[in-house]
Design a protein around this ligand. Structure first.
Ligand code: PLP
Length: 482
């Protein structure tokens, strides 16, 4: 088999192709037609190691991260990621794996995946699990593809609609549309919960599924979840659980016990992988046995004491991602789960709920609280009182940056005007929570006494107000100006 290796040469390292055994080595450059071979080296910056180290350390200082400050970004579960997770993922036997290595050489890695599949099945109450997807949204698409394949096999082609509440995360309707479904939005009650009557009005023989997260993106537990599941199941539809908010319920209640048929979990949220800034992510999709045949190939399975990649799944929807998932994230998730155990995971959720309710109670007199019932792991405030004083929620959020705190999720969910969605997570100390309360109260006071300072914030960050749309459309990716 042809093999690419790197070997020392006078100009550093060069790539060499080792073809068949016994055939002489050829530098890659000699295999490329002469007209494509470059005549001079690339004009890359020449810097010393020290300069490179300083450059990257200084760059990293410009970033806000959970390691440098409080990060109450609602719906994102920006909790502390124990470094032992990274150490495990960096073990040579995991780090140096190649996805094309034969199964006999990667039994340990397959065991990691298989064990994690079993534990996720237990945590969710949905026993059939795939760890192939790389993000929550990709898991949503996969979950919906399972539902689609299931109804296709049953001949129920008329099930073309997916119901989504108006508090849903934007990825839910997007994934449903991507999977080829028509999205039907339903409203919420005054208490921010799924409106059962609205649900009954739209559910029917054309319903493929309802997509819900519980607790919702308002941080509220759907008290009527069993009624919701009854309505949808009686109409022949399925229930999809968006598990991005799992941090609120681990060990307390399971999606399977609430009646859901399929769910995804953002491993990079509840199971403590560093994320933000776009990745990396990992996702588990768990389902009931009737959806199992459609899970992606290859599936990591076990026969007697041997783990193997099972491609023999004729009804599978195929692959959702290259190879077998984002393996480093899976090692981190397994480490986190094993380190906590059942009791520890339950405590995580209890503490996350306690922290959110503590902040809610401390802030509700200064910022409007649209839903007053106890919250789960996050809650939503409205900045309408501050807006009336001429300071928008964007400005309040920017002012928080001056105090070294990452802003909460703002203007979402859409049902709350001037929304600020705050998720403190379980990993913050009481002292940090109290400091945050103090900052929020100080900003509220400023909106009354010195609104200009809020309107023009931030004042002490490396950059001020960015034109984010322009930055996305015309990114400046050069290492130095022309
Ligand atoms: C409720 C909810 N669902 C789905 C997602 C999508 O997850 P991901 O960002 O991993 O694609 C998120 C992400 O923030 C979320 O909060």
């Amino acid at each position: 088999m042809t093999k690419l290796i790197y070997e020392k040469s006078t100009s550093g390292r060069r790539a060499v192709l080792l073809p068949e055994p016994g055939v002489s080595r050829k530098p890659v450059a000699e295999l490329i037609p002469a007209r494509f071979v470059r005549q001079s080296g690339p004009a890359l910056p020449e810097v010393s190691e020290l300069e490179a180290v300083r450059h990257f350390v200084n760059l990293s200082r410009l970033n806000h991260s959970i390691d440098t400050g409080f990060y109450p970004l609602g719906s994102c579960t920006m909790k502390y990621n124990p470094k032992v997770n990274d150490a495990m993922a960096a073990l040579e036997g995991f780090r140096e794996l190649h996805p094309y290595q034969p199964e006999e050489q990667v039994q340990g890695a397959l065991e990691v995946i298989h064990t994690l599949q079993e534990l996720i099945g237990e945590i969710t109450g949905l026993p059939a699990v795939s760890l192939q997807a790389a993000a929550g949204a990709q898991g949503e698409l996969l979950g919906l593809m399972l539902i689609k394949a299931y109804f296709k096999d049953k001949g129920e082609h008329q099930r073309t609609k997916v119901i989504v509440p108006d508090t849903a995360h934007g990825t839910n309707p997007a994934s449903a549309a991507m999977a080829g479904y028509e999205v039907i939005e339903i409203g919420s009650t005054e208490r921010g919960l799924v409106d059962l009557e609205a649900l009954k009005a739209v559910v029917g023989p054309d319903t493929a599924a309802i997509m819900l997260t519980n607790p919702s993106t308002l941080g509220l537990f759907e008290e009527d979840i069993l009624k919701v599941q009854k309505v949808v199941h009686e109409a022949g539809g399925l229930l999809y659980y968006d598990g991005a908010n799992l941090n609120a319920i681990m060990g307390l209640v399971r999606p399977g016990d609430m009646g859901f048929d399929v769910c995804h979990l953002n491993l990079h949220k509840s199971f403590s992988t560093p994320h933000g800034g776009g990745g990396p992510g990992g996702c588990a999709v768990a389902c009931r046995p009737h959806l199992e045949p459609y899970l992606p190939v290859p599936h990591v399975s076990k026969k007697e004491s041997r783990y193997f990649l099972d491609w023999d799944r004729p009804r599978s929807v195929g692959k959702i991602k290259g190879f077998y998932g984002n393996f480093g994230i899976l090692v981190r998730a397994l480490t986190y789960i094993l380190a906590h155990g059942k009791e520890g995971l339950t405590q995580v959720s209890r503490d996350a709920i306690l922290s959110a309710n503590y902040l809610k109670e401390k802030l509700k007199d200064s910022y409007k609280l649209p839903y007053s019932q106890p919250c789960m792991h996050e809650f939503v405030l409205s900045g309408v009182w501050q807006k009336d004083r001429g300071c928008s929620t964007t400005q309040v959020a920017k002012r928080m940056l001056d105090h070294g705190v990452h802003a909460p999720t703002v203007y979402f969910p859409l049902v709350v005007p001037e929304a600020m969605m705050i998720e403190p997570t379980e990993t913050e100390s009481l002292q940090t929570l109290d400091e945050f309360v103090e900052i929020m109260l100080r900003i509220d006071k400023e909106t009354k006494e010195n609104p200009e300072i809020v309107r023009n914030a931030p004042h002490n960050t490396p950059v001020g107000r960015l034109d984010e749309a322009l930055a996305a459309r015309k990114p400046n990716l050069r290492w130095k100006p022309l």
